[in-house]
Design a protein around this ligand. Structure first.
Ligand SMILES: [Zn+2]
Length: 529
C-alpha cells in the first residue's frame, strides 16, 4: 500500500539526464519505488500521462523570510517551489540584538508585510517561529551580514573596530549553531555596504568551520561588476566559504558588454578548484527599494537620519550631484511598483511622474520618499535579454526568484510586485525552454533541482530516486507559462498540475492545498539545535 502513486509520467530526475517514462510510488515523505507499471494500491493515484514529473524546485534566492512570518508563500508554492533558500542580500529579520533591536526593526519596516517582530530575537528563535507558524515548503536559511552589522554597530558608516569584528564573528557563529547555512551580504545596501572587504573576510570566516556559504548581492552590478565579482571570489578564497553570486546581472546598457568577463571570472575560480556559482531570475527588470537610489552616505544613521537628510535643501543638492555622477541609469526605466501612501503612483515611471509635477526626477524622488516614510519599491528595466540568456545557459547558474512569498489576494497591501514573485520557474520552463529553446528542459530542471541541492549539500532532495524525499512537481510542458506581468502580477502560473512537498500535496490539480508539510532544514554540521 502506497500513499501516492504517480503513473505514466515522464520523469526528469534532476541530474540532467534525459527523461524516462516511469511510475513513482510514495510512502509518507519518501519516494519508495520507481519502475514501469508499478502495481499496488495507493490512497491517491495520479495519471501523469503527458506531464513531466520533476523534483520540487529549489529557489536559490528567496526573500520570503520577510513574508513567511505573516503568511504562506503561495506565490512560490504554486510555481512548484518546495525548498527556498531564504535570508538573502544581507538583510534578515534575525538576529535582533537588544541594544539595536528597535532601530533594526524600524529600518526593515518597508520590507514585505507587517511582521510579528515580538516573536523572535536570535536566529534560532526566528527559525522556531517559522516552524511553529507552519510552512508549505522546506526552508534553508542564511543570516544577513547587514543585520548582524546593524545589530553590533548600529547604522554607523565607520570601519569596525577589532572588538566589533569579534562581536560580529560571535553572532555569525551563533547563527551557524542555530542551523543557518551561511552568511549573505547585500553590498549596495547600507549598513552592510559600509564593510570593507577585509572586514567581510573576518566576519565570514567562522562559517567555514560549518562548511558554510557566502551568498552575495555583490557590491556593484553596473560599471563596478568585475571588481564586485572579484571581491566575492576573494572572500571565498580567503575564508574557504562556498560562494554564490546572487541574481547575476549587469545593469544599464552602457555596461552590458562586460558580462562575459564577469562569467569568465567565475569560470576561472571554478577551474582553480573553488566552489563558486550564481543564480538568475528570468526577467530583464530588477526590483528594489527606491531609497537604494540615494547615495550610500545618505543612509548613515538609519531611517531617522535619512528622513532628516531628505528634508534638508543643502543635503538634497549634494545627493543630486552624487546621484548624477555615480548612476549609470535612467529614470525613464524606473517604475514605481509599490507606494502604499500614494497608490496612484504604482505602475508609473519616475520620469513621467516628475514631468507631471514639473520637478527634477531626483526632487520628485526625495519628496515621494519623504511622504511615503521611505516605503516605495521600484522595478527597473535595465537588463539585456541576450545577457539574461547567456547567464541562464551558464553551467554554474541556478534559478532564484528574488521574491517575497505572497498570498494570491495580496494586491491591496503589496502594490505591483515584480512578476518574478509569481512566474520565475514557469517562465524558465515555458518561455526560455519551450518557446525560445535557450536551454533543454532537462538542463533547466537540473538547475532548479539537482544542481541547487548539490550546491547546498542536500543529499536527500533535488533528485528523483528511490529512498529520497518526496518533493515533486507534475507539470504540463506544453502548457506551463507565467501569465504574471508587471501591470498585473498577482496571477498564478498555468500548467503546474501538482506540487508535493515531503509526500503531501501542496498543490493538487492546480489548486493550493491547506497542508503545511514544510520543514526547516538545518546545516548538518551545527553541533546543537
Ligand atoms: Zn539582492
Amino acid at each position: 500500500m502506497y500513499d501516492i502513486l504517480i503513473k505514466n509520467g515522464e520523469i526528469i530526475d534532476g541530474t540532467g539526464r534525459p527523461r524516462v517514462r516511469m511510475d513513482l510510488a510514495l510512502r509518507k515523505d519518501t519516494i519508495v519505488e520507481m519502475g514501469t507499471a508499478i502495481q499496488g494500491h495507493a490512497t491517491a493515484t495520479i495519471d501523469a500521462a503527458g506531464s513531466i514529473v520533476s523534483p520540487g524546485f529549489i529557489d536559490m534566492h528567496s526573500h520570503a523570510d520577510f513574508s513567511l512570518p505573516a503568511g504562506p508563500a503561495d506565490s512560490l508554492t504554486c510555481q512548484g517551489v518546495t525548498t527556498a533558500v531564504i535570508g538573502q542580500c544581507g538583510e534578515t529579520p534575525a538576529p535582533l540584538l537588544s541594544d539595536t533591536r528597535s532601530a533594526v526593526i524600524g529600518n526593515y519596516q518597508t520590507q514585505g508585510g507587517a511582521l510579528p517582530w515580538d516573536r523572535w530575537s536570535d536566529f534560532g528563535s526566528y527559525l522556531n517561529y517559522l516552524k511553529e507558524s507552519g510552512l508549505t515548503m522546506n526552508i534553508v536559511s542564511l543570516a544577513g551580514q547587514g543585520t548582524i552589522r546593524a545589530g553590533v554597530m548600529g547604522y554607523s558608516a565607520k570601519a569596525a573596530t577589532p572588538d566589533q569584528i569579534t562581536a560580529m564573528q560571535a553572532q555569525v557563529e551563533k547563527v551557524m549553531e542555530s542551523g543557518a547555512f551561511g552568511i549573505s551580504t547585500g553590498l549596495i545596501y547600507p549598513p552592510g555596504s559600509y564593510a570593507t572587504t577585509e572586514e567581510l573576510i573576518e566576519v565570514v570566516r567562522p562559517v567555514t568551520a560549518y562548511n558554510g556559504y557566502y551568498f552575495s548581492h555583490i557590491r556593484g552590478e553596473d560599471h563596478a561588476l568585475l571588481d564586485a565579482v572579484a571581491e566575492a571570489i576573494r572572500i571565498g578564497r580567503e575564508t574557504g566559504a562556498r560562494v554564490q553570486i546572487s541574481h547575476h546581472k549587469v545593469c544599464w546598457p552602457r555596461n552590458w558588454d562586460i558580462q562575459e568577463k564577469a562569467l569568465a571570472l567565475i569560470d576561472d575560480a571554478i577551474a582553480e578548484g573553488m566552489d563558486v556559482s550564481a543564480d538568475v531570475y528570468p526577467y530583464v527588470a530588477a526590483s528594489t527599494g527606491l531609497s537604494n537610489n540615494l547615495p550610500d552616505w545618505a543612509h548613515e544613521g538609519g531611517k531617522p537620519a535619512i528622513l532628516e537628510r531628505l528634508s534638508d535643501p543643502d543635503t538634497r543638492r549634494q545627493m543630486i550631484s552624487d546621484m548624477r555622477n555615480d548612476w549609470d541609469g535612467s529614470w525613464e526605466k524606473v517604475m514605481i511598483s509599490r507606494c502604499p501612501t500614494q497608490p496612484e503612483f504604482e505602475g508609473r515611471f519616475i520620469s513621467e511622474l516628475a514631468l507631471s509635477t514639473g520637478q527634477e526626477p531626483e526632487v520628485f524622488v526625495f519628496d515621494a520618499l519623504l511622504s511615503a516614510d521611505l516605503n516605495i519599491s521600484v522595478v527597473l528595466f535595465l537588463i539585456s535579454e541576450n545577457n539574461l540568456q547567456q547567464v541562464m545557459s551558464h553551467p554554474a547558474v541556478m534559478i532564484g526568484s528574488d521574491s517575497y512569498g505572497f498570498t494570491m489576494d495580496g494586491r491591496e497591501q503589496m502594490g505591483l510586485p515584480h512578476p518574478r514573485s509569481f512566474g520565475t520557474f514557469p517562465r524558465v520552463l515555458g518561455r526560455y525552454v519551450r518557446d525560445l529553446g535557450v536551454i533543454p528542459l532537462e538542463t533547466a530542471v537540473h538547475k532548479m533541482t539537482g544542481l541547487a541541492a548539490q550546491k547546498m549539500g542536500l543529499t536527500d532532495r533535488g533528485r528523483i530516486a528511490s529512498g529520497l524525499k518526496a518533493d515533486l512537481v507534475v507539470f504540463d510542458p506544453a502548457l506551463i507559462s507565467d501569465p504574471a506581468t508587471f501591470e498585473n502580477p498577482f496571477q498564478p502560473p498555468t500548467g503546474v498540475r501538482h506540487v508535493i512537498c515531503n509526500g503531501e500535496f501542496v498543490v493538487h490539480d492546480g489548486y493550493l492545498q491547506q497542508h503545511l508539510p514544510g520543514r526547516i532544514i538545518k546545516n548538518s554540521t551545527a553541533s546543537r539545535y
